[in-house]
Ligand binder design. Structure first.
Ligand SMILES: [Zn+2]
Length: 278
């Protein structure tokens, strides 16, 4: 098994200091869409899709919130193009696992129409039949092609004290959905067993690596944004606290990454490049 750390969408909202915690107030910040492409004996698994080809061609379809975030997405950054440039056939992406269905995580679904799409049940419900408040966040255009949804529910499995849902049993390694509800109604982390440890992709359960420190801190623009668009603030903050406890108790056994922190992506890409040349 090999894991590629990809950026499948760049956003550059004004206010680097407010977004990244450093740089000028008027400088553009940098946010990325950290996705994983996992090579397995049973084909490729894509973890979140970032923005899709049609989002790049027609960014207006993403709506006014993303326009404010100054998207700098390119065709080359899409998961579809990165799969090709790594030498694979896009049809080899047989499984997609999603942390949640916001546009920056689901935009590439139409680019892999034959893939099975694994989703936590409450997220599928929230996206397919959105409440009035949720309507602006879910873009039906990302699932007009009728994806092959595979719905998952909590059935009693545990993972480091969290609830876990074992998925993809034929993959040759363990993969679990780890529900981290709060950002959306069915938001979930995704845990992958590596040779010597676990990787937990936390999606949008946190946005900046300093949020996992004790005591935590977060650049004010990111804190504002997370409070603005969370489905359940109390649950989001409680799950962040549990992630901090996980890092404190099991930091040697689990590496955590989130979707939008460029610092974490740089570290992950550097360490997987090091592993490939070692
Ligand atoms: Zn996001």
């Amino acid at each position: 098994m090999r894991i590629h750390h990809l950026n499948c969408g760049t956003l550059c909202p004004r206010g680097a200091r407010l977004i990244n915690g450093k740089g000028g107030l008027l400088e553009p910040g940098r946010s990325i869409c950290h996705c994983l492409l996992i090579e397995t004996d049973d084909g490729l698994v894509l973890l979140d899709t970032g923005f899709g080809v049609e989002d790049v061609r027609n960014p207006k379809q993403l709506g006014p919130v993303f326009a404010l975030m100054n998207p700098q997405t390119t065709i080359e950054e899409t998961a579809l193009e990165q799969v090709k440039s790594l030498g694979f056939d896009p049809a080899d992406v047989r499984q997609i696992v999603t942390t949640h269905l916001d546009p920056d995580h689901s935009g590439g679904l139409p680019d892999f129409p034959e893939a099975e799409v694994h989703v936590f049940g409450p997220e599928l419900d929230a996206a397919m039949d959105p409440s009035l408040r949720d309507k602006p966040r879910y873009l039906g255009v990302h699932w007009n092609h009728n994806p092959k949804w595979v719905r998952h529910e909590v059935e009693g499995d545990q993972w480091f004290g969290f609830e876990g849902v074992r998925i993809l049993p034929d993959l040759g390694t363990e993969v679990l959905l780890v529900p981290l509800v709060g950002h959306t109604k069915g938001h979930t982390g995704i845990a992958i067993k590596r040779d010597d440890d676990w990787l937990l992709h936390c999606g949008d359960a946190y946005f900046h690596h300093d949020e996992l420190a004790t005591p935590p801190s977060c650049p004010p623009g990111l804190r504002f944004f997370q409070n603005l668009n969370n489905a359940d603030r109390r649950q989001r903050l409680a799950n962040q606290e549990r992630l901090r406890e996980l890092v404190a108790r099991h930091g040697e056994e689990v590496q955590l990454v989130c979707s939008h922190d460029p610092h974490e992506l740089d570290l992950a890409q550097a360490s997987s490049a090091g592993a490939a040349t070692a």
